[in-house]
Design a protein around this ligand. Structure first.
Ligand code: PLP
Length: 218
């Protein structure tokens, strides 16, 4: 099947209420162009160097999401054009994004990464760490970023009940934040959960944005 076929099949499967981020980290510029020509506009990359090369080579109306762990010293390079930084996991990173956003005279949208998996290696913050961050004066001082939701990755296991329960924790925090008032800087719009392997479980548990790579570009 072609990339265009994969995209239309997945869109049908996930439904029109779920935004599809095409994760192009293992794909060539030509493959991204093929997806673009099929109408795809949101792409996700997890390495700064790769998103710079692809953004340079491809049309300007692509929305580039940075989905990987982001080092503070690299924020500067993506700040002029990145559309959403999905895996923000510390106040210090948000402060750097804010600084670089201000230099570029823009506001950068961010998702906070919540750690829901049991595995040690996964990045992200606990529910309490996220709530404390949002309540802090240091966060409120950041006028050039906007937190528009949460991102989470489940354990890499087959048991649907385990994965579903993990996604459920992020949905719960998403709802709790949405029902609180953290000011205009925090607007819960996006709950980014689900990859090729677990997108359907994520959607069943409240995801409205999936990040899918191998199922599109296989
Ligand atoms: C690679 C990656 C994905 C996509 O994974 P697939 O299994 O190829 O769908 C999603 N999210 C993040 C953060 C990734 O690094």
């Amino acid at each position: 099947m072609s990339i265009a076929d994969n995209l239309s099949e997945l869109k049908e499967k996930y439904g029109s209420d779920v935004a599809l981020v095409a994760v192009s980290k293992y794909s060539t510029v030509d493959q991204v162009r093929e997806a673009y020509d099929a109408g795809q506009r949101i792409f996700g990359e997890n390495k700064v160097q790769d998103v710079l090369v692809k953004a340079e080579a491809l049309p300007e109306d692509i929305e580039w999401h940075f989905i990987g762990h982001l080092q503070r010293n690299k924020v500067k390079q993506i700040a002029p054009f990145v559309s959403l930084i999905q895996a923000c996991d510390s106040l210090r990173l948000l402060q750097e994004i804010n600084k670089q956003a201000a230099k570029n005279e823009r506001t950068i949208s961010c998702l906070l990464q919540m750690k829901i998996a049991q595995e040690e290696s996964k990045f992200g913050m606990s529910a309490n760490e996220i709530l404390n961050l949002l309540k802090s004066d240091d966060f409120r001082a950041l006028n050039n970023i906007k937190v528009i939701g949460l991102m989470a990755m489940a354990s890499n296991v087959r048991e649907e009940a385990v994965v579903g329960a993990e996604f459920g924790k992020a949905k719960q925090l998403f709802n709790d934040i949405a029902q609180s008032d953290f000011g205009a800087q925090v607007q819960m719009e996006i709950l980014s959960m689900g990859m090729s392997q677990d997108a359907s479980i994520a959607i069943a548990n409240g995801s409205n944005m999936v990040r899918v790579g191998s199922a599109i570009f296989k």
